[in-house]
Ligand binder design. Sequence first.
Ligand code: LLP
Length: 430
Amino acid sequence: WADGVSKVDGVLTVAGVSAVDLAAEFGTPTYVVDEDDFRRRARSFKEAFPDADVYYAGKAFLCVAAARWIAEEGLNLDVCSGGELAVALKADFPPARIGLHGNNKSLAELRRALEVGVGRIIIDSFEEIDRLRELTAELDVTAPVMIRVTAGVEAHTHEYISTSHEDQKFGFSITGGDALDAVRRVLDAPGLELRGLHSHIGSQIFVTDGFEVAARRVLRLHAEIEKELGVALPEFDLGGGFGIAYTTQDTPSTPDDLARGMLKIVADECAAMGIAVPHLSIEPGRAIAGPSTFTLYEVGTTKSVALDGGAARRYVSVDGGMSDNIRPALYGADYSCTLASRVSDAPAVLSRVVGKHCESGDIVVKDEFLPGDVAAGDLLAVPGTGAYCRSLASNYNHVPRAAVVAVRDGEARLILRRETEDDLMTLDVG
Ligand code: LLP
């Protein structure tokens, strides 16, 4: 849960505003962000890595308000599409503090990035080098670039969100030789200024060993480039991927622990190889946005089913589901939840919180002990939904996407309005 969340007489409150009032004013489902918590987590990375640039990974959650919080807390911003760049620009985010990612950036996206003057572009393919070569010549600009490499690390996380083993689409392989080829081609392109190497090993990672192995391998390549090609590489990016607690079983590292481990490895490795320590950057997304937010749902129906062995499971259906949080269905992710609108003394029963979509995999919380009297009209809150929930939301079953509300100092403010059926009909031009 976010720092500002507590229960007062059974009613969940965030930064002094009750969940009951939030539901009455904004409807449900709604993502509720504790703005101070979001800002504090952003700052905690800045403080833990004081000499590094911290790029908030906007893919976790991005809107104009969030981009402004990030700018105000002194972080940089990582975007990975023209759409995310457009949000950043709408928020007047300083382009020099934006990095552009993506394994298949279009010409139009690259052109826009160069025209507005983003601070760096992270190259992920040979075609991209050619495209940037042409565009920088045409626009008569120099592009600061990083090269994304694959460190060959098996991150211990879900297969879909691991990105540093060889057989996946991101980065240039170090062992296969593509990384060095890419470096040579970039050095050969007059409009490209190579700032350094980039490595991102995956997401929702708890053990720091993966980051450390990756840092070592990539720094070895960094040293090889400096020594053998005689080019100084001023920067080094370690990516994001720092895990958060979704349930009480999860034990993530704090930014301070991460910093201690990672900064030491980089310093030791550089000393061992006799190279200068490059300027570091990191790209946390989930660890900033995730814990700051809970989703508020209203219960609509309930049902009990008999399980083998005689026990029962109660199905509690809420008014959202896989359209506002695809993570259980996509990654088997576990969440927890709590009754947010009242006190209950009813004994807890094994419950499964499900959505309103036409799939049995539409699960919000797989197993939770909820009071046995939870019924239609009650509010449930699911914590840890600030990252990769609104940003991965869909309109499955023509369900309009949920609103996002930021709460701070007793005031609630709508920052992304709820979609309406009219919004969806506007797209339907048939
Ligand atoms: N940098 C790069 C290059 C990335 O690809 C990502 C995430 C990040 C930074 C931020 O990672 P974070 O700190 O948020 O873990 N939809 C998945 C997560 C996909 C992550 C994609 N890349 C999920 O819901 O778990």
